[in-house]
Design a binder for this molecule. Structure first.
Ligand SMILES: [Ca+2]
Length: 195
């Protein structure tokens, strides 16, 4: 069996003979041992950091309904008439999860809060070309939703809300001005746009 000069096993084996060994060997040994302990601690810290990043990637940021409504209106300028639609469609597209992802049967991938598709709007390894929002898809699954919302507004201005199946299937009532139910359901109690 071979073991490293500064390792625990080497230390245990060396201990009984400590007094009889020359100082130069002892100094070298303890230098190696200190280095070995520091490397072990650094490795542990590095593993903890990598673990935390991986867990973060899996979970992402999941917004509360009202937290999202307020941020979309107050920070990203989504007007009141569109706000209930956006809160509704993000609920059904991603459950308010900024790192939601979906593989489609045609091989394309949907990214983030608005489930934006890489065939048309953002650039990734699968489709570097269809990139009308001029954005890297990885930016659509981080916790910063300003660029996602800019892209979503670009899609909305070009195709309307029907671009999202989540909206088509669950939110058409929000599109009719004066339908209170949808605004109450998605903005109620949020302290935004009079709700
Ligand atoms: Ca983003």
């Amino acid at each position: 069996m071979q073991y490293k000069f500064g390792s625990d096993i080497a230390y245990q084996s060396l201990r009984p003979y400590k007094k009889r060994l020359p100082n130069s060997i002892l100094q070298q040994f303890f230098k190696e041992r200190t280095r070995s302990i520091i490397m072990q601690k650094l490795t542990k810290i590095a593993l903890l950091i990598v673990g935390a990043i991986l867990v973060g990637n899996v979970e992402g940021k999941v917004y509360e309904r009202c937290e999202l409504a307020r941020e979309l209106h107050n920070t990203h300028g989504i007007e009141c008439g569109l706000l209930d639609d956006f809160v509704c469609l993000t609920k059904w597209e991603s459950s308010y999860n900024t790192r939601a992802g979906n593989d489609n049967t045609n091989g394309s991938h949907d990214y983030g809060l608005y489930q934006i598709n890489d065939n048309y709007w953002c650039s990734d390894a699968h489709n570097p070309n269809g990139n009308d929002c001029n954005i890297d898809c990885s930016k659509l699954e981080d916790d910063s939703i300003g660029d996602d919302t800019t892209c979503a507004m670009f899609i909305y201005n070009r195709q309307g809300l029907t671009a999202w199946y989540g909206w088509q299937n669950h939110c058409t009532a929000c599109g009719d001005i004066g339908i209170e139910g949808c605004a109450v359901e998605y903005l109620g109690g949020c302290g935004v746009c009079g709700y």
